[in-house]
Design a protein around this ligand. Sequence first.
Ligand SMILES: *[C@@H]1O[C@H](CO)[C@@H](O)[C@H](O)[C@H]1NC(C)=O
Ligand SMILES: *[C@@H]1O[C@H](CO)[C@@H](O)[C@H](O)[C@H]1NC(C)=O
Ligand SMILES: *[C@@H]1O[C@H](CO)[C@@H](O)[C@H](O)[C@H]1NC(C)=O
Ligand SMILES: *[C@@H]1O[C@H](CO)[C@@H](O)[C@H](O)[C@H]1NC(C)=O
Ligand SMILES: *[C@@H]1O[C@H](CO)[C@@H](O)[C@H](O)[C@H]1NC(C)=O
Ligand SMILES: *[C@@H]1O[C@H](CO)[C@@H](O)[C@H](O)[C@H]1NC(C)=O
Ligand SMILES: *[C@@H]1O[C@H](CO)[C@@H](O)[C@H](O)[C@H]1NC(C)=O
Ligand SMILES: *[C@@H]1O[C@H](CO)[C@@H](O)[C@H](O)[C@H]1NC(C)=O
Ligand SMILES: *[C@@H]1O[C@H](CO)[C@@H](O)[C@H](O)[C@H]1NC(C)=O
Ligand SMILES: *[C@@H]1O[C@H](CO)[C@@H](O)[C@H](O)[C@H]1NC(C)=O
Ligand SMILES: *[C@@H]1O[C@H](CO)[C@@H](O)[C@H](O)[C@H]1NC(C)=O
Length: 422
Amino acid sequence: MASYSELTILRLTIAFAAAALLAGGAEAQCLHTCGGIDIPYPFGVGSGDDCALPGYEIVCNNSRPFYVDVEVLSISLQLGQMRVMTPISSSCYNTTSRKMDSNRWGFNLTTAPFMLSDSNKFTVVGCRSLAYISDPMSNYTSGCASSCPGDTVVSATNGTCSGIGCCQTTIPRGLEYYEVSFGESLNTSEIYNHTPCSYAVLMDYSNFTFSTSYLASPLKFNTTYGGEAPVMLDWAIFWGAPDCVEAQKNLTSYACKSDHSVCLNYSSGDQLAYMCNCNKGYQGNPYLQGSNGCQDINECEHPESYSCYGECRNKDGGFDCFCQAGTRGNASIPGGCQKNFLTPKAQVAIGTTRPAMALVAEELRRLALADEVQRYPQPPLVLEELSFVDMGSTMSIWYDESKTSGVYSLENKAVLSTEFAR
Ligand SMILES: *[C@@H]1O[C@H](CO)[C@@H](O)[C@H](O)[C@H]1NC(C)=O
Ligand SMILES: *[C@@H]1O[C@H](CO)[C@@H](O)[C@H](O)[C@H]1NC(C)=O
Ligand SMILES: *[C@@H]1O[C@H](CO)[C@@H](O)[C@H](O)[C@H]1NC(C)=O
Ligand SMILES: *[C@@H]1O[C@H](CO)[C@@H](O)[C@H](O)[C@H]1NC(C)=O
Ligand SMILES: *[C@@H]1O[C@H](CO)[C@@H](O)[C@H](O)[C@H]1NC(C)=O
Ligand SMILES: *[C@@H]1O[C@H](CO)[C@@H](O)[C@H](O)[C@H]1NC(C)=O
Ligand SMILES: *[C@@H]1O[C@H](CO)[C@@H](O)[C@H](O)[C@H]1NC(C)=O
Ligand SMILES: *[C@@H]1O[C@H](CO)[C@@H](O)[C@H](O)[C@H]1NC(C)=O
Ligand SMILES: *[C@@H]1O[C@H](CO)[C@@H](O)[C@H](O)[C@H]1NC(C)=O
Ligand SMILES: *[C@@H]1O[C@H](CO)[C@@H](O)[C@H](O)[C@H]1NC(C)=O
Ligand SMILES: *[C@@H]1O[C@H](CO)[C@@H](O)[C@H](O)[C@H]1NC(C)=O
C-alpha cells in the first residue's frame, strides 16, 4: 500500500548562473538593497565585478531578494546569518485514493557558503504524525512524533510544543543537507475529517509558537505560514583559507578589508572558515575598505546604549565619560558624580581651623577601609605607602590655603581621603 510521495530538494549551488544571466548586455550595476532589505557586501545584487563575492550573489525579482530559488528575509553581517524561506513538507490523507499523499522538501547546501544554523528546530505539527529529518551522506537521521490523546485536540495547549499536537527537536551543528520523510506507522486515515494533514519543517525556532488552531482547522498551519517558514542559515567566508591565520597570509584575498575589522575563526562540524566583524567601538561593514567599512561609533550621541551621567567625549573606538568640572566620582553610574569639596568654594565652606595632621592621617586610614570610599573609582589606596608620604608638605599646602576647620562631615572626609589617595 505505497503512498504517493514527492521529494524536492532545493539546491543552493553557487549562483554563478544567476550572475551570468544578468551580465548579458545590461550595464554593470550593483545594488545593496532589494525591496527594503539590506544586502550588504559580500552579498550584492548585480553584475559589477566587485558587486558580490563569488557565491554571495542575490537576485532581486519584483522587489524580493532571492538566493538561487529561496527568498531571502534578512542578512546579518555581525552574526554571519541569513534568514530564508523554506517550504513546509506535508502528508495528507487523500479520501479518493485512500492513501497518504506527501509533498516533501529538503535543502542541499553542500556547495554554497552556508550551513543550517543550530538555532533551527525540526518542527512537526499534527495529531498522528511521525516525521524524519535526515542527511544520508553523514548517516544522520532524527525524528519527531506527535499525537493527540483520544484523537481530539483538547489536550493540546497553546504555546507548548512537547509531543501533543506538536513536536520539536534540535539539529546538530554543521548540517549542510537535509530531507524530510514521513513515517508509515502513523497516518491520518481515521481522523481526516478534522486533522487530515501532518506537517514538518526545519525552521527558525524563534519564529514558532504553537497554536491549537494549527490542528483544528484543516491545513491551518500551512496557510498561516503561506506554505513556507523561515529557516536560519549561518554563513562565513569559506573560500581560500580555513582560518584567520591562513587567510591573513594573502591580503589580496583576505576578506576583512576594513582597517578596524577583526577576524573570527568559524567552525561548524568539520567545516572550517572565517568571518569578519568590526572592532569594539566601531560599526559598519568589516568586508569593505575606507569610508564604507567599520566607522567609529559616536557613543555620546547614543546615551540610551552608552550611558554617561557626566560629560561625554567621543574618541576613536570608544568614549570618555568625565564628571563635570567641580564634581568627581564615577560618571558612568547615575548620581556617581558628587560635588568636589576641594574646589576653593567648597574648601572655604569647610571652615578655618587646620586639623591636626595626626588626626587627618588617622581618619584617612579608617576611611580607606570604610565602604564610604569604595564608591569612588580611584586606584586602590595602598595603606602601607601612606606612612612614607610626606604628609606634612602635601597636606599643609591646601590646608593653609583653605584655612580649614575641624568640622568634618563624613562625606567631606571621604572626599578628602580619596583626593589624598590620588
Ligand atoms: C521572478 O518571479 C516570477 C514570479 O514572481 C517568476 O515567474 C520569474 O521567473 C522570476 N524571474 C526570475 C529571473 O527569477
Ligand atoms: C487524490 O488522489 C487522486 C487519485 O490519485 C488524485 O487524482 C487527486 O488529485 C488527489 N487529491 C488531492 C487533493 O491531492
Ligand atoms: C493507516 O494506519 C492504519 C493502522 O493504524 C492502517 O491499517 C492503514 O492501512 C494505514 N493507511 C495508510 C493509507 O497508510
Ligand atoms: C548536493 O549537491 C551536490 C552538488 O550539486 C551534489 O554533488 C550532491 O550529491 C547533492 N547531495 C545529495 C544528497 O543529493
Ligand atoms: C555511513 O554508513 C555507511 C554504512 O554503515 C558507512 O559505510 C559510511 O562510511 C558512513 N558514512 C559516514 C559519513 O559516516
Ligand atoms: C489557542 O489560540 C487560538 C488563537 O490563536 C485560539 O483560537 C484557541 O482557542 C486557543 N486554544 C486554546 C486551547 O486556548
Ligand atoms: C515569523 O517570520 C515572519 C517573516 O519574517 C514574520 O512575518 C512573522 O511575524 C514571524 N512570526 C513570529 C511568530 O515570530
Ligand atoms: C501549503 O501552502 C502552499 C502555498 O499556499 C500550497 O502551495 C500547498 O499546496 C499547501 N499544502 C497543503 C498540503 O495544503
Ligand atoms: C592571493 O589571492 C589572490 C586572489 O585570490 C590570488 O590571485 C593570488 O594568487 C594569491 N596569492 C598567493 C601568494 O597565494
Ligand atoms: C584561528 O585558528 C587558528 C588555527 O587553529 C589559530 O592558530 C588561531 O589562533 C585562531 N585565531 C583566532 C583569532 O581565534
Ligand atoms: C563605574 O561604574 C561602572 C558601573 O557600575 C563600573 O562598571 C565601572 O568599573 C566604574 N568605573 C570605575 C572607574 O570604577
